[in-house]
Design a protein around this ligand. Sequence first.
Ligand code: ADP
Ligand code: MG
Length: 350
Amino acid sequence: MLDSLVLHDFRCFPRAEFHPAPGLNLLSAPNASGKSSLLEAICVLLRLQSPRAGALAEAVRRGAPGFSLLGRCGDRNLACHYSSAEGRQLKLDDVPQGKSDAYLGVGLAAFFCNEDIELVRGTSSKRRRFLDFLGSQCDPGYLKNLRAYERALRSRNFLLKEGPHRGRELAAYDGPLLSAGEYLGSARTKLCEELRPLFARYAAAISAKDEAVSLRYERSGGHDFPAALAASAEEERRLRQTVVGPHRDDVSLEVDGAAAASFASEGQQRTLSIALRLAQAELIRSRRGSPPVYLLDDVFGELDTERRRRLLQALPGDAQRILTTTTWQWLEEAGDAADWTIRDGRVEMR
Ligand SMILES: Nc1ncnc2c1ncn2[C@@H]1O[C@H](COP(=O)(O)OP(=O)(O)O)[C@@H](O)[C@H]1O
Ligand SMILES: [Mg+2]
């Protein structure tokens, strides 16, 4: 649970503070007041990853040298400082951290946004990123293997681009690529198997329809990665890049036996993407023993009244939830939610 957040030079905020309540937090403010930036800051603080930007540099307030995020999470203090000059610097309980492992062990997050529909209809990279965000929160060895795989892949692709004369050097990276790749392939397969029933349950809960939805991890080269890599040597030389492996894998999503990307309506696709996020959060809880902070950025605007209601109901009552929108006028009953707004760059109680 996040008790407090202080931002310096993050996006539009020169300095701001936020002290979310333990349960439901509703944040409403006009466009461009900083709602998405605030949720992004929470995600970066807890997971060191921006759900919007590819690089943390984008989140630095224009004209500033870097940003700082300080937060209290349970009884731990997190601090993340980023500048282009010094890169990322982390502190856990005021102790500088060379590695991110212990830091990332503190906070869990699930981020929902409008662009999540791309999980269903967008390119496979979106779905791999979804699994990586999940894997890094569920499995202590995941991130290490992902980074090792990416390093080996970069080196291999560099050598393949250089041309056939670098063939012998290429083989030196096969070992690291295969071992990290096997790890990722089986970890992701297992994540998808565990996601499947949760995904089906949430899809039914949000749509209130009895459609058969399914989800499956698909390996680009089949189940034998070493054999697939060896068999692709010819194609690699021709295309000058590594053509099989976890960086090409995908998650197939189906509704009543048909590919969701091509056959589901936009409304269905949106429902499926929300169900994926809810399943992701649920799986984090079951693997880690406590729920992530639910961050929902402006997802209600695109839903009809019934789906809004069902989504609100699907969010677990014992989790910290921070929801943004431009207006809560449609909300009949918010219970004992904390009601926030942003005025002149300050987060305030309404
Ligand atoms: N790196 C940045 N530096 C300064 N301002 C930024 C930066 N990135 C985005 N902004 C501005 O922050 C404001 C708030 O954006 P956003 O958080 O998306 O608002 P909301 O979600 O409330 O619509 C926008 O006016 C945007 O132009
Ligand atoms: Mg926004």
